[in-house]
Design a protein around this ligand. Sequence first.
Ligand SMILES: [Cu+2]
Length: 157
Amino acid sequence: MRAYFIPIVLAPLMLSACGDPAPTYIDQAWVRLSPNKDMPSSGYFVAHGGDADTALRGVLTDYALKVEMHESMSEGGKMTMKPIDNVPIPARSKVAFAPGGKHLMLWGVNDTAIGRGKMTLTFLLANGDRLLVDAVIQKPGVAGPATAAMAEDHSEH
Ligand SMILES: [Cu+2]
């Protein structure tokens, strides 16, 4: 009897999976821990746009005192940065927060998180989604994953 019922139960699940729009998601999150506890650490990640345009409105975490989104830019030959509060993530696009460009600033990263080597970040999207992503914490003096990714890019040329 059971053999008859299994396909009937599975069919609607498969249909709904096919019909779901692709969501925006975030990966490759990492935090470069500041060597000086009084200075903020920086965070990086890649946002992948889903089927619909959205925007990143902010980032929260229980494992730091404060998080801000920043953008670095060169102004009169000097690198400066300013806080940003809305980062568009167009459909099917890739938006990278990377060293030298957009980044997170994190003040007072929690010692427990540092000991664990990772911290959960909550990304707030304009469409109301909250994405929980684990960021790897990179201690000072260790090359971050972004460096490794750049080395890979060069080897392809
Ligand atoms: Cu900054």
